[in-house]
Design a protein around this ligand. Structure first.
Ligand code: PMP
Length: 405
């Protein structure tokens, strides 16, 4: 149904009026065709999991605790699961107590609840540019004005952040939140350096900032390196979001928020209004998985899988891309961010790429301000090494032809 012929248009709340599916979404439907190498979706390689163990865990939950697992639970989430999640956080050296956590339906619901908790229409939220599409959607659905800070190989440019904060304070605009993905950023494929983490923490103190720290990829550093979280540096100024989607499985839709207690209390009320409580059945599956399975070993295996794929992609890019194209070199997780010469529009190019049997995500969706037309995201987490090499070669051929024109 086209928006301008939607007979319900006048009834929608203002925040929904501007929402529409992008034309690009229709093209994505095509990327599922087997002949197309898709670097589009950011899906983890769940096939690398021990699926028999997952089956046994799920069956044991129903067999041994069915009456609890099939019942409502509490809004904050099961304390037994929160205990396990505190352990996961400890593995990343992120300090937390079981009372600090609210279990959510994935990191995405966490972002939506946090946006709902803090953002009034027109409020300023600062985010990296580019940033996670789902983060922009959550903020946009509460009519935030997202202002971007550029990134380089060391993550968010903290000098540019400081300039933006000064400009906003001159305009007497209060910043409600600063949204950051410090580790192996989606889509940028870079991490915030240690020095910049420290400067960000200082700026948060100086400018009275509340930071939304989104950390789905921290455990997927190829070398197993762990950087201090922002929560570790300024705990009272951080609302931290975690998820098991990339270290276990996204299908269980389990994430969490760690927040100062006054904020936690508001978030529990908001989540009760949204969906009463997290699904007890999946909470118990995740809890049992974490308690009984060698998940730390599993995470190491995931790292190995993704590192091999990253190396294949970076090798193929170096071998096939024409001059004038640049890209980031990830040291963890799933993404390479590419910049093409100005004049090539990656949204327009996608249909041609699909004809060339390769797909990516055009850059514009990762910005709230319409920039990113000369950028694109490549995700290497799903295709095999051979398919990655084939796909990059196809993209290289296409870009070479385009740039020759
Ligand atoms: N934040 C970021 C940066 C992500 O990349 C994703 C998923 N791709 C999420 C949050 C949400 O993930 P989930 O809801 O599966 O936890």
């Amino acid at each position: 149904m086209r928006l301008d012929t939607d007979p319900y248009l006048s009834r929608y709340a203002e925040r929904v009026q501007g929402m529409s599916a992008s034309a690009i979404r229709a093209l994505f439907a095509l990327t599922a065709r087997p002949e197309i190498v898709s670097f589009a979706g950011g899906n983890p390689a769940v096939e690398a999991l021990d699926l028999e163990a997952a089956e046994a865990v799920a069956a044991a939950v129903v067999r041994e605790s069915g009456a609890v697992a099939l019942q409502y639970g509490i809004g904050q989430g099961r304390p037994e699961l929160r205990e396990q999640l505190v352990d996961v956080m400890a593995h990343e050296h992120v300090p937390a107590h079981v009372d600090d956590l609210v279990v959510t339906a994935g990191g995405q619901q966490a972002l939506e609840l946090i946006a709902k908790c803090f953002v009034d229409p027109g409020d300023v939220v600062i985010a990296e540019g580019p940033t996670y599409v789902g983060g922009i959607s959550a903020l946009a659905s509460h009519q935030a004005e997202v202002r971007h800070v550029p990134m380089d190989a060391e993550g968010m440019q903290v000098d540019a952040l400081e300039d933006l904060l000064l400009r906003l304070s001159q305009e007497q605009r209060r910043v409600k939140l600063l949204y950051t993905i410090p580790n192996h950023q989606n889509p940028g494929g870079v991490s915030l350096s240690l020095e910049r983490r420290q400067r960000l923490a200082e700026l948060a103190e100086r400018h009275d900032l509340l930071i939304l720290e989104d950390n789905p990829y921290g455990l997927l550093d190829f070398a197993g390196r762990i950087q201090p979280s922002i929560r570790q540096l300024v705990p009272d100024r951080v609302v931290y979001v975690g998820t098991v989607s990339k270290t276990f499985a996204p299908g269980v839709r389990t994430g969490w928020i760690a927040a100062p207690h006054p904020i936690r209390d508001k978030l529990v009320l908001l989540r009760e209004a949204a969906d009463l409580c997290p699904a007890t059945l999946t909470q118990m599956i995740v809890e049992r998985w974490l308690a009984t399975q060698p998940w730390r070993e599993q995470v190491k295996r995931f790292r190995g899988v993704y590192q091999e794929k990253a190396e294949a992609m970076l090798g193929a890019l170096a071998a096939t891309m024409p001059d004038g194209i640049t890209w980031t070199r990830p040291s963890g997780a799933f993404y390479v961010w590419m910049t093409v010469p100005a004049g090539v529009d990656t949204s327009d190019l996608l249909a041609k790429a699909i004809n060339h049997r390769v797909a990516y995500v055009p850059g514009r969706g990762f910005y709230a301000d319409g920039s990113g037309g000369d950028q694109l995201r490549l995700c290497f987490s799903q295709p095999s090494v051979e398919r990655i090499e084939e796909g990059v070669e196809r993209l290289g051929e296409l870009l070479t032809t385009e740039l020759d024109l």
